[in-house]
Design a protein around this ligand. Structure first.
Ligand code: KG4
Ligand code: ZN
Length: 333
């Protein structure tokens, strides 16, 4: 079975073809980061307009790469939510339009399920069951995953998502958008322990997170500077921020593994690309004989491959999951 995936929930347009027998056949991605950078964040209307411009050329590229024609495709999966409403509507319209033109069934995929299953696209995928940490720009969740569609939410953020904390703290330090990679790079030059930031909910007896206080703590430190912050100071603050957030994320993952008795941990979502987080998780897991699985770096952030894959997994379970009535809504929240 070959599934076309369409991702357009935020600032990346992604198209991909996944074959349940041969694996990922092709994928093409356009990131709008450069376009949104001058505004310091994603401008929803610009995002929608760009998805429209990019979707069909990316589709053509994907079909060409895979040497697949529309007749070979069995179904079309698109990101139904969560995400920006206008951006999601572009992907839904593209999927339904293609479905109608090609007479193929269409199914809506949950963006987070796409992220969650993306490590299964790697060359050494984890086996079920596992604990998953989903850390993106909009979500921070710890889950127990027993199979496709069998997800138990263990805990989540009570306020800001991890990626949001990265982005907002980076902004406070005058770094560009997206802030995650920028603050992470800067932190490498910072000295540890110069600034001490809080570790919110580190010792709470649950698997929830809270990051808005951490961002406020960064603001307080920035405001305390009487003169212009020098580059070294910025790096020291970035280091303190990264150390704090990484410590909390790692500790909660280790607690969830211990509590569940499982030995496999899967990391998904944009923050999963973070170098310091990966190093700390690998070290903590090695000590306890756990294994950590990551998506390929290119599939950490938004992409069409994870949507094609999640759609294919859903369809394998239930062939009725895709429909030809093309009457889909989107679910931004
Ligand atoms: O999963 P994603 O592409 O989109 C959402 O579904 O939200 O995640 C984007 C988030 C942004 O907040 C971005 O700053 C963060 O992931 N991010 C990183 C890194 N790369 C992306 N955060 C920390 N370190 C990184 N290397
Ligand atoms: Zn995402």
């Amino acid at each position: 079975m070959i599934v076309l995936g369409v991702e357009s929930s935020c600032d990346e347009t992604g198209l991909a073809l996944y074959d349940t027998e041969r694996g990922l056949l092709a994928h093409a991605l356009h990131s709008q980061i450069a376009m949104h950078q001058e505004y310091g964040g994603v401008v929803p209307e610009l995002a929608s307009r760009d998805h429209i411009r990019r979707a069909i050329p990316l589709l053509k590229e994907t079909l060409k790469q895979a040497e697949v024609s529309s007749a070979d495709i069995d179904a079309i999966a698109f990101t139904q939510g969560p995400g920006l409403a206008g951006a999601l509507l572009v992907g839904a319209s593209v999927a339904c339009g293609l479905g109608l033109a090609w007479d193929k069934p269409v199914l809506g995929v949950h963006h987070l399920e796409g992220h969650l299953l993306s490590p299964l696209l790697a060359s050494e995928p984890p086996e079920f069951p596992f604990i998953a940490l989903l850390v993106s720009g909009g979500h921070t969740q710890l889950m127990r995953v027993d199979g496709v569609g069998r997800y138990e939410l263990l805990g989540e953020t009570l306020d800001d998502a991890a990626g949001e904390a990265f982005d907002k703290s980076a902004k406070l330090l005058g770094l560009g958008y997206p802030g995650g990679p920028a603050i992470s790079r800067l932190a490498e030059f910072g000295d540890p322990g110069v600034y001490k930031l809080p570790r919110p909910m580190l010792h709470s007896k649950n698997f929830d997170f809270s990051f808005s206080g951490l961002k406020t703590a960064v603001l307080t430190v920035v405001k305390q500077q009487t003169t212009n912050i020098c580059e070294q100071d910025k790096a020291n603050i970035a280091r303190a921020f990264v150390d704090a957030i990484v410590e909390v994320l790692v500790a909660k993952c280790m607690n969830a593994l211990k509590h569940s008795g499982l030995k496999r941990l899967v990391i998904a979502g944009g923050v999963g690309a973070n170098k310091q987080l990966r190093e700390a998780l690998n070290a903590a897991a090695a000590k306890r004989r756990y294994r950590v699985f990551y998506p390929e770096l290119e599939f950490c952030t938004d992409n069409g491959a994870m949507i094609a894959f999640a759609g294919a997994m859903r369809l394998q379970q239930n062939h009725e999951a895709a429909q030809k009535n093309y009457a889909f809504g989107v679910r931004p929240r």
